[in-house]
Design a protein around this ligand. Structure first.
Ligand code: ATP
Ligand code: MG
Length: 208
């Protein structure tokens, strides 16, 4: 069995919610962590998430199979004529002491052509989840769906991160924080960060 030591897996209520940004922040807090992206899609459209995290956090990174098309991983793999089994998704986690992993899309999207999801990887690796959520209307439902799917599989949700919290929150955003905190601990709220506008800066990390 592939074993990961200490660590977390970052999932989200949807694609594009900020999982990579949250993973980078977690890595900055644990510089000894290795960031792992078990499967990467959309390589034709922009940098791999591992590259973004390396830029933002200066940590070591590992990546599993990669695909050009920005599609759900199993769909991108099938269209590329490739087979992605669970073992290939677990492989980059092997032998790491501290890991910050990131799924693709949400918790139950098929990462492998064998149907493996991030929830399966979390169970196999015995890692808890961090759920990244949007601040606005709809997030209570999406976040609860994600948490309940995790709990139903016996997984732990360490907490929720609300990303892109507006500078001037309205009643929706303010009341959502209480609603979300009723599901799992609200770890932090991240504001809009202008530094993330492309191109990403070259941060001056000391050589490892
Ligand atoms: N707090 C923020 N402030 C400004 N921009 C942000 C913030 N969080 C995320 N973004 C931007 O939003 C986009 C999507 O964020 P990110 O790549 O972290 O999402 P993701 O959930 O990892 O997406 P994917 O499902 O593709 O892995 C990126 O361009 C990122 O720079
Ligand atoms: Mg990402």
């Amino acid at each position: 069995m592939t074993r990961a030591g200490d660590g977390l897996l970052v999932t989200g209520t949807d694609t594009g919610v900020g999982k990579t940004v949250v993973a980078a922040l977690l890595c900055r807090a644990r510089p000894e962590a290795t960031y792992v992206k078990p499967v990467q899609t959309g390589l034709a459209e922009g940098p791999a998430d591992a590259e973004v995290v390396a830029r933002l956090a200066g940590v070591a990174t590992r990546q599993g199979p990669g695909f050009d098309e920005a599609l759900a991983p199993a769909v991108a793999a099938a269209r590329a004529g490739r087979v992605v089994r669970r073992a290939a998704l677990l492989q980059p986690f092997g032998g790491l002491d501290v890991v910050v992993g990131e799924g693709a899309g949400g918790l139950l999207v098929e990462l492998g052509t064998d149907g493996t999801t991030l929830a399966d990887l979390a169970a196999d690796l015995n890692l808890a989840l961090v759920v990244v959520a949007r601040p606005g209307l709809g997030t209570l439902n999406h976040t609860r769906l994600t948490c309940e799917a995790a709990w139903a599989r016996g997984l732990r949700v360490t907490g929720i991160v609300v990303n892109r919290y507006p500078e001037h929150p309205g009643v929706v955003e303010r009341t959502n924080l209480d609603g979300l905190a009723a599901f799992a601990p609200l770890l932090t709220v991240i504001p809009e960060l202008p530094i993330l506008k492309p191109p990403l800066p070259e941060l001056p990390w000391p050589a490892r």
